[in-house]
Design a protein around this ligand. Structure first.
Ligand code: OSB
Ligand code: MG
Length: 364
């Protein structure tokens, strides 16, 4: 197993309710299995604001706890990896980075595209964009214009107190009845329920994670008062919590990010659970490089990913991306699923080397 800590500048700054970033650090995990390699990307950020995990904690857990459990070991199938790591409590992003590398390795050994091994059924996925908080509403409208022109099938805007109802109103006014949603990244509490119900006036597809990152109960109370469907992101850190959220009617839609739940296998279980309850899911994004992005595209081919996700073209994030060719979106707002074996993208070693800040190698 090889770990690399990379840092890449973002093409555009990205601002959510918890802050603005200009670059992205992340850990890339590469595993070697009898001549084939598999690669995964850890979605943990520099900071513990989206999730408790950070690039440093993921490095620590991968290096000191996951590697000793898995290096030199034989797994019959990647769907056994998450359970094999159960002794490690939490740290889903670190676990997912390894687990997803294991799926890539397995798919390459089978000489099949990852999508096929995961049980996917599509050859193209529907793409949407997540537009961060900007310096002005004019700038926001300009960004929406650019992404609409690029063909994206759904626009999501980040909101926070002071940048919410007015932002939604202005986008609706300018662009009419486009597929539109908002994401609060847990910026509100139930005390804001009256304010949040004002969003009902804009016929939004959903409001994502309005309340605290692990608060199911208050989301259920808010959903009972709001017409707009609530979509949970941060709160859904396991399949079990998703069961609780669905039973409590805390959400009508779920965003799936494999890093948040511990990898592809847990994502498939979450996807299947949601399907059984008629809860549509869509694939979230964590500003991944082309490596994590390719994984996300393959996972998005499962049938209940029935809404456009946050998996968009490379050029919105990194120029150049770590992969060549980069991920592109067609004018109809769809992305073609790579057809080679595994994640099916070519990783440019020079670019990875140039972005590497730390490297470690663990052998059996
Ligand atoms: O809440 O979905 C989120 C990015 C970083 C952390 C959390 C989130 C996001 C995004 C960006 O919304 C999605 C993307 O374009 O990758
Ligand atoms: Mg979100």
């Amino acid at each position: 197993m090889e770990l690399r800590l990379l840092r890449l500048p973002l093409v555009n700054f990205f601002e959510t309710s918890f802050g603005r970033i200009h670059d992205r650090a992340f850990v890339i995990v590469t595993i070697d299995g009898e001549g084939e390699t598999g690669v995964g990307e850890c979605v943990a950020d520099d900071h513990p604001y989206y999730s408790a995990e950070t690039t440093r904690t993921s490095w620590h857990i991968l290096h000191d706890y996951i590697a000793p459990l898995v290096v030199g070991r034989t797994f019959a199938h990647p769907n056994t990896v998450f359970d094999a790591l159960a002794v490690i409590r939490g740290h889903n992003m670190a676990k997912a980075a390894f687990e997803m590398a294991a799926w890539d390795l397995y798919a390459r050994q089978q000489n099949m595209p990852l999508a096929k091994v995961l049980g996917g059924t599509r050859t193209r996925i529907e793409s949407g964009v997540s537009i961060g908080i900007q310096d002005s509403f004019d700038q926001l409208l300009e960004r929406v214009e650019i992404e609409r022109a690029a063909g994206y099938r759904r626009i999501k805007i980040k909101v926070k107190p002071g940048w919410d109802v007015e932002a939604a109103a202005l986008v609706r006014e300018r662009f009419g009845d486009i597929p539109l949603m908002v994401d609060a990244n847990a910026a509100y509490s139930l005390k804001d329920a009256d304010h949040l119900t004002r969003l009902d006036a804009f016929n939004l597809m959903m409001v994502e994670q309005p309340l605290d990152y692990d608060d199911i109960r208050d989301h259920a109370r808010l959903q009972a008062r709001m017409a707009t469907p609530i979509c949970l992101d941060e709160s859904i850190h396991s399949v079990r919590v998703a069961e609780e959220a669905i039973a409590a009617r805390a959400c009508r839609i779920i965003n799936i990010k494999p890093g948040r739940v511990g990898g592809h296998h847990e994502s498939i279980r979450l996807h299947d659970l949601a399907a059984r309850h008629d809860i549509p899911v869509w694939h979230g994004g964590m500003l991944e490089s082309g490596i994590g992005r390719a994984h996300n595209i393959h996972l998005s081919t499962l049938p209940n990913f029935s809404l456009p996700g946050d998996v968009a073209a490379s050029r919105r994030y990194y120029a150049p991306d770590l992969i060549d060719p980069e991920i592109t979106v067609d004018p109809d707002g769809t992305i073609g699923v790579p057809t080679g074996s595994g994640i099916g993208v070519h990783i440019v070693a020079d670019r990875v080397a140039a972005a590497t800040q730390e490297r470690a190698e663990m052998r059996a």
